[in-house]
Ligand binder design. Sequence first.
Ligand code: GLU
Length: 303
Amino acid sequence: MSDLPSVLQRLDSDARADADWGQVAQYIPQLAQVDPAQFAISVALADGSLHEAGACEVPFSVQSITKVFTLAIALGRSGDQLWTRVGREPSGRAFNSIVQLEQEAGRPRNPFINAGAIVTTDEVLGARAPREALAEIIRFVRTAAGSDDIHINEAVAASETAYGHRNFALAHFLAAHDNLRNTPEKALGTYFHHCALEMTTSQLAMAGRFLLDAPGMPHLVSPRRIRRLNALMLTCGHYDGSGDFAYRVGIPGKSGVGGGILAIVPGQASIAVWSPGLNRYGNSHKGTEALAKLTSEMDWSIF
Ligand code: GLU
């Protein structure tokens, strides 16, 4: 096994040496303005140490990575009841696909595609005001990360609300199938706000430690639930790129359209990588490449 700090330095310099940064997400105007030429990687080990390289103190929009936290909260609030409303199968479709939701009568394939995450957010909301649900989500993330300096970027949330036509279509479709308890506006307002959380890779790697099930890690969910969250990240965490990610990287991961990825080596390491340019599946281009190299160099795999 290689020496982690020197591997991370090499991944950072390799990322900067390669001119192909991928393309930043265009459909959220605030994210379209982000400079794609950025890279950061942080690894929190189960022994309590944190190793990193690159721009690991720059906050970025974590977007869909928050779906892991909201899923943990929803399962904590209502247990397996969520599964009557959302499936647990990979979708094989884009993150915002509408066609599958129609074919499957308003029951989203899994909690990580947008439709499933909107239902999960609706479950977290329950009968509460969005402010209360968001306070719980932020509290959970801050506790996991061990940092209070984690905030929602209101401009990103507003930008997504103004241009979120597909998400509104999904939410209305869910409502038409009686799979939304709150109004589409309320569920989506909460969803857009938690997606607009900003974190550094240092904070995200620290926050991911709750998925490690190792002594000394933040104990926020049961070991059984940790295994299940990791299973869903492996099978559904990268939308229709999930199979390729499992094949190349070999560990569970959840991507966000802001270019972040949280990946877990069960019991050993929580890894956060960020580079805003995306590949054709909408997952971080350089982030995926760096994770593939990291797991290979460190001999990390769940298989
Ligand atoms: N807030 C984004 C959306 O709903 C999340 C997508 C992602 O990060 O993959 O479109």
